[in-house]
Design a protein around this ligand. Structure first.
Ligand SMILES: Cc1ncc(COP(=O)(O)O)c(C=O)c1O
Length: 390
């Protein structure tokens, strides 16, 4: 397959991941199923990241590693440069993942009879974290208006109680791909203020905005209130395809919030692996040209996917995808009891919407070379055609 002539980086070669312990592929080991489920991509990381990792590996000693000045500076500079937020070093809490950060937040800020509130559909650990930590969960469905998911503030207000402590926000949103607007986010902040809630804003997908006219709005840029009442969850892992390096960070400007968070992590996590820091620093310092091309590729994949479904599988509904490499498919009209299984039998591995709090949906990961996406779509199309007419 020839390289896209005008591109500097290779987003076209399909890399075999068999034998690397890849979670995404191993689920279907020995079966002819293309995995399009868990959120990592089928692209090589930026060359600059690979080079720095090789150089670090050559050093040969892999001892316990604390966050060091150059990685902290890389994260701070990145926050200012890309998101217009001035961050201080001591605000950063480094974590081996944001799922642990969600769990830590549930435990640190809620008592067992207190609740986290969030809106569904949502990335499954938002739902499991309160449960795993023995805390309560309040779920409110997002609503669809004018072909857009939006928060249902009245419904949220009717669910909240004096035991609700924390709002879990995902911005941009996994799985719907929404980039919440400034106005929408200000409404969320107002909701949190009214109800004295802490805002935990997971912004891991913030560098994967596909629409040129949209911009990520970090919660810290919107209202000074956020400096004393919010946590921002960040990582280079989704954008630069570094999920296996397990390096992320939480921005907690307020010392009174940082303390219980740190206490809640005690004894649970080791230091982040030294290669995680290396990858993070290299991505933030040297990854931008690669990221820009990635966005073009993802945009093309998204456009292909949207038009392919509209033309060939019109009973599967997809609302506009503004960010991420994840498509949220409404398959309710197909009338399948086991939609995930149905497409798996046809050779495509997807996520089941039930895990996101909304049965009747599937999530498709299109972060892959176009030729692989074409195979995924062809297989789904064949399965769709085999369905009884609706
Ligand atoms: C919104 C969101 N938060 C967190 C994560 C996972 O983060 P980590 O691998 O750092 O635990 C994902 C992965 O898909 C995600 O979509």
């Amino acid at each position: 397959m020839p390289r896209h002539t005008s591109r500097q980086f290779d987003f076209e070669t399909i890399i075999r991941r068999h034998g690397t312990g890849a979670l995404k592929w191993d689920r279907y080991a020995g079966r002819d199923i293309i995995p399009a489920w868990v959120a990592d991509m089928e692209f090589l990381a930026p060359p600059a990241v690979i080079e720095q990792l090789c150089a670090r590996a050559q050093h040969g000693i892999f001892g316990y590693t604390s966050p060091y000045t150059s990685v902290e500076e890389a994260a701070i500079e990145y926050m200012t440069r890309e998101h217009g937020v001035a961050v201080e070093r001591q605000w950063l809490v480094w974590m081996p993942g944001l799922v642990p950060a969600l769990n830590t937040a549930a435990r640190a800020y809620c008592e067992p009879d207190e609740a986290v509130i969030t809106a569904t559909p949502i990335y499954p650990p938002f739902l499991s974290a309160p449960r795993y930590q023995g805390r309560q969960l309040q779920k409110v469905p997002l609503r669809v208006r004018d072909d857009r998911y939006e928060f249902d503030l009245n419904a949220m207000q009717s669910v909240v109680t004096d035991k609700t402590r924390v709002f879990f926000l995902c911005n941009p949103h996994n799985p719907t791909g929404r980039v919440w607007s400034r106005e929408e986010l200000l409404q969320i902040i107002a909701f949190c203020k009214t109800n004295s809630l802490l805002l935990v804003s997971d912004e891991i997908h913030c560098d994967l905005i596909l629409n040129p006219d949209l911009e990520h709005q970090s919660i810290l840029r919107l209202d000074d209130w956020a400096y004393e009442n919010s946590l921002t969850l960040m990582a280079p892992s989704k954008t630069y395809n570094l999920c296996g390096l397990a390096c992320s960070f939480v921005v907690i400007p307020d010392a009174r919030l940082r303390r219980p968070f740190r206490i809640a992590t005690r004894g649970l996590f080791n230091e982040i692996g030294c290669l995680g820091y290396t990858g993070c620093e290299a991505a933030y310092r040297h990854g931008e040209a690669w990221r820009r091309e990635l966005i073009e590729v993802l945009r093309e994949n998204r456009d292909l996917l949207i038009s392919f479904f509209a033309q060939n599988m019109p009973r599967i509904r997809i609302l506009p995808i503004e960010a991420t490499y994840l498509a949220w498919l409404d398959v309710r009209e197909l009338g399948l009891d086991q939609a995930k299984q149905y497409f798996e039998d046809a050779g495509v591995g997807l996520n089941d919407g039930a895990q996101f709090g909304t049965p009747g949906y599937l999530r498709l990961n299109f972060g892959c070379p176009r030729s692989l996406l074409e195979q995924i779509l062809a297989r789904m199309d064949a399965a769709y055609r085999a369905l009884p007419a609706g």
